[in-house]
Write a protein that binds this ligand. Structure first.
Ligand code: NAI
Length: 261
């Protein structure tokens, strides 16, 4: 049976691969991105997020539902916008589409986190402000980090907060009890336009290689991640929720071998 799938960041990289996979299955895919997507919206602003939710609602119609929501929109720059898009551009869209997810017989949410969220230095002030839903405070904390010369903590902080939000939300009222599974796929290094930009700088590539050791198969292709996303979003994957699944060639296990036990 054809499903309705919403993919943010559908215009590039992992999101584009997820979109392609569902189109091949004959599903209805509603892509959201800054440009070149079914719905063009800027997820760095509350207005853009609300417009995206409204446009999805209009697209599926009054009796429609969203069977899966995959949030791939994101960026990695040492500026406040990283927190705005990666955290608020994810969580507000997921929350806004909850009623349409609840209308599906097998709703699934998959958020894209990162190895950085689990294993790289972060800023608790940014994370706390995100988790309290206070975008103004989160942006102020992010700005303070940039001014202190530690803007590199913003990306890991945004992804850590996404993972924590997903775990809390998964078992909150209105989610698991409505049959909605919420999970995170946390990639290591994936060969996409985002990483290509970072790899263009030889020193940055060296830093990334050291920060994300991938003994199993090395760098991933975007479709290696999309495959796992689709597994979690499958209607037949029934009992997995609140999990952060690392698709990182062993990086997380290398960096923190005992954390989970
Ligand atoms: P990408 O740059 O190829 O795709 C990201 C998409 O997000 C783009 O189409 C972009 O237009 C969209 N986007 C950015 N800002 C937006 C905004 N304000 N509003 C709407 N859309 C916006 O990057 P990639 O690699 O496919 O990234 C997808 C996700 O995977 C991101 O959340 C990223 O943080 C995450 N990730 C990527 C890794 C990598 O090595 N490429 C590693 C770990 C996580």
């Amino acid at each position: 049976m054809s499903r309705t799938i919403v993919v943010t960041g559908a215009g590039s990289g992992i999101g584009a691969c997820v979109r392609e996979r569902y189109l091949k299955e004959g599903d209805l895919v509603i892509g959201v991105d800054l440009r070149g997507a079914d719905i063009e919206a800027d997820l760095s602003t509350p207005e853009g997020r609300a417009a995206a939710v409204a446009a999805v609602t209009e697209t599926v119609g009054p009796d429609g539902a969203v069977d899966a929501l995959i949030t791939c929109a994101g960026l990695s720059v040492d500026k406040e916008v990283t927190v705005r898009v990666n955290y608020f551009g994810t969580t507000e869209v997921v929350a806004g589409l909850r009623p349409l997810l609840a209308a599906s017989p097998a709703p699934r949410v998959v958020l894209i986190g990162s190895i950085a969220g689990g294993a790289h230095p972060n800023d608790p002030a940014v994370i706390d402000a995100c988790l309290s839903g206070d975008e103004t405070a989160a942006v102020a904390a992010a700005r303070a980090a940039v001014e202190a010369g530690s803007g590199y903590v913003l990306y890991p902080s945004s992804k850590n907060a996404v993972a924590q939000w997903a775990r809390r939300t998964a078992v909150s009222a209105g989610w698991a009890d409505a049959g909605i599974a919420v999970n995170v796929v946390a990639p290591g290094i994936v060969l996409t336009p985002m990483s290509a930009e970072l790899f263009a700088d030889a020193q940055m590539k060296e830093l990334m290689d050291a920060a994300v050791p991938m003994p199993l198969h090395g760098y991933a292709a975007a479709d290696d991640v999309a495959r796992v996303v689709c597994f979690l979003a499958d209607a037949a994957t029934t009992h997995v929720t609140g999990q952060v699944l690392y698709v990182d060639g062993g990086a997380e296990t290398t960096l923190r071998p005992t954390t989970q036990f």
